[in-house]
Ligand binder design. Structure first.
Ligand code: KIV
Ligand code: ZN
Length: 572
């Protein structure tokens, strides 16, 4: 039992913003994205990436379309310093991309950081200082004034050093670390002071990054704070408001989305939510959430599985099978009712302009995923999923009542094995049940002749019954009727459907024949497949007869006389 939390965990000190505007805002365009996979993400893995891996990851990020990439913490790590140098010296930075480097607000570290980016066409220098009361007091042991001085001095130092490196276009980014736990008036004052120290203008904006360093409030409280900051900053027009949500409460995506509504211009995060503890906000989810609401994220996730496998290799962290959009199971339906709805939705989808398939939030083709794994069959599944798999793997479209009949065959199997069955296994069960059965009757051949001008036909049907080849003659108004008469069995045709299997000259015919047996309630199916559609129908009759016998609904003698239904045992 959890202890009572009231004494130990204080409620979050929310600000009063009764006239908040953000809940009724709509996100209208993609934010400015920054990937911090190579910095915050890299700090959070068992084995930080080496230079070669970082370069591969950097190239992946540029291919996806990131224009701002935080590439490291060069004053804290020689690998990061060398990596930044390699990026610049090796000409690896696309002309429209900007690298960002992080530093603490300390003069020696700032100097080293500025040195690391020498020669870059453009760079963002990102410095941070903790501003929350607890961090300031417990960890830094500094007053608010002292922290403010550090921030201002750092901004001035970066400005001076930047002036000495005119070949690079510098942007300043400042993060009041633990922003979401910082009293807002102090967060606003320190941000204003940095903006002033940098000499920001609308043409030379400062990025104010307002992190939820540790996510400690509801996403709507975070959005209130962002809106409050936007309203109270002295020079809003000279500032880019950036958010950097971590995911400690599992609501980083919501926090980022609400922050955008509250006026944020930019989001920092990592692919697939890598990052310290529970991670940085997941940029893939954010981007595809925007996309599926009709806003192009300006990031390309059209081969999402390749991207995920690459990130797994770089970070050595497996993607959870339920990770939004990209997890192995997120587009899979096991449940019968879901499968049925998806099957119906997909069959209508081709006629729709707007994506409207139940249970699938995105057209999987757009993210490079097929529909192969959408429907998977286990004991929870129903006819929809089973028939979808037969349709997609074998092009067999069963009539509805056959779907019901065959699903009980599959279900019997899954209930025994308890596991999943693949499309191949379903096909094999279908063949065993309907197509390959040759007991007690095995088709050998037939000869049809027109009997008279009234389209009545005569058949000579040859088959093996209990090891004995027989040829019987029957007349009827078509081949099926004639075959049934030849067999002299008490069966009637309830429904009949014929389709082609495959296309072109190789197409085969498939016949579904639903038969009723005199005196036996219900119906059952026989199915025949053959190059010739008449033969397919005769095979369907024989398939139905054999199934009827196997199920104890029909009995035959070796002479194939007409027998009353349901006999105790077969005669051979
Ligand atoms: O989470 C955080 O606050 C950070 C800062 C350095 C921006 O990563
Ligand atoms: Zn962070």
């Amino acid at each position: 039992m959890l202890a009572q939390p009231q004494q130990k965990y204080a409620p979050f000190p929310v600000i009063s913003l009764p006239d908040r505007q953000w809940p009724s805002q709509r996100i209208a365009h993609a934010p400015q994205w920054l990937s911090t996979d190579l910095r915050d993400g890299n700090q959070a893995i068992f084995e930080p990436m080496d230079g070669a891996t970082k370069l591969e990851f950097f190239q992946l990020l540029t291919r996806i379309g990131f224009k701002e990439i935080e590439v490291g913490f060069p004053s804290a790590s020689q690998i990061d310093f060398d990596f930044v140098r390699d990026l610049i010296n090796g000409g690896h930075i696309p002309h429209d991309a900007t690298i960002q480097v992080l530093t603490q607000a300390r003069p020696d570290l700032i100097e080293r950081t500025m040195e690391s980016v020498k020669g870059a066409k453009q760079a963002i220098i990102h410095f941070y200082v903790a501003t929350s009361d607890n961090f300031r007091e417990i960890v830094l042991d500094k007053t608010r004034d002292e922290v403010m001085e550090m921030a201002v001095a750092s901004a001035r130092q970066i400005r001076e050093l930047a002036e000495q490196q005119p070949e690079t276009k510098f942007t300043l980014e400042f993060s009041p670390e633990h922003f979401s736990q910082t009293p807002l008036p102090f967060a606003r004052d320190i941000c204003d002071a940095v903006v002033e120290a940098w000499g920001a203008t609308p043409e030379r904006k400062v990025i104010l990054n307002l992190p939820a360093t540790v996510e400690s409030c509801d996403p709507c409280d975070y959005a209130d704070m962002i809106e409050w900051m936007g309203r109270h900053l002295k020079k809003r027009d000279s500032v880019i408001i950036s958010v950097h949500p971590h995911n400690d409460r599992g609501t980083a995506v919501a926090a980022a989305e609400m922050a955008l509504k509250a006026g944020a211009d930019r989001i920092e995060g990592c692919l697939l939510g890598n990052g310290e503890r529970t991670g940085n906000v997941d940029l893939v989810t954010l981007a595809l959430n925007l996309y599926t609401r009709g806003i192009h994220p300006c990031l390309d996730f059209s081969t999402i599985d390749d991207m995920a496998r690459a990130v797994e290799r770089y970070t050595q962290i497996p993607v959870h099978p339920r990770q939004p959009y990209v997890g192995d199971l997120v587009n899979t339906a096991f449940s019968g009712s879901h499968q049925d709805a998806i099957k119906k939705g997909l069959s209508q989808e081709k006629n729709n302009l707007v994506w409207n398939v139940p249970y699938l939030t995105i057209d999987l083709k757009e993210i490079g995923r097929g529909f192969t794994n959408v429907v998977r069959v286990n004991s929870q599944s129903g006819k929809g999923g089973i028939s979808y798999l037969l349709e997609s793997s074998q092009d067999i479209f069963m009539p509805r009542r056959l779907q019901v009949e065959f699903s009980s065959v599959v279900q019997k199997h899954t209930e025994v094995t308890g596991g999943e069955v693949s499309a191949e296994q379903i096909w094999s069960m279908f063949k065993t049940e309907y197509l390959d059965g040759d007991k007690p009757i095995q088709y050998v051949g037939h000869k049809l002749t027109a009997k008279d001008s009234n389209q009545s036909q005569s058949i000579l049907l040859t088959f093996v019954n209990c090891g004995k080849q027989v040829t019987l003659r029957g007349d009827g108004n078509g081949p099926i009727d004639a075959a049934i008469h030849a067999l002299k069995l008490p069966i009637g045709v309830q429904s009949y459907e014929e389709r082609s299997l495959g296309k072109g000259s190789n197409a085969k015919a498939i016949t579904f024949l639903e038969m009723a047996i005199e005196g036996v309630p219900g119906t059952h199916y026989g199915v025949g497949v053959h190059d010739n559609f008449v033969t397919a129908s005769i095979l369907a009759v024989i398939s139905g007869v054999n199934r009827g016998v196997r199920q104890g609904k029909l009995a035959l003698t070796s002479e194939l006389e007409h027998f009353p239904i349901i006999r105790d045992s077969l005669s051979c």
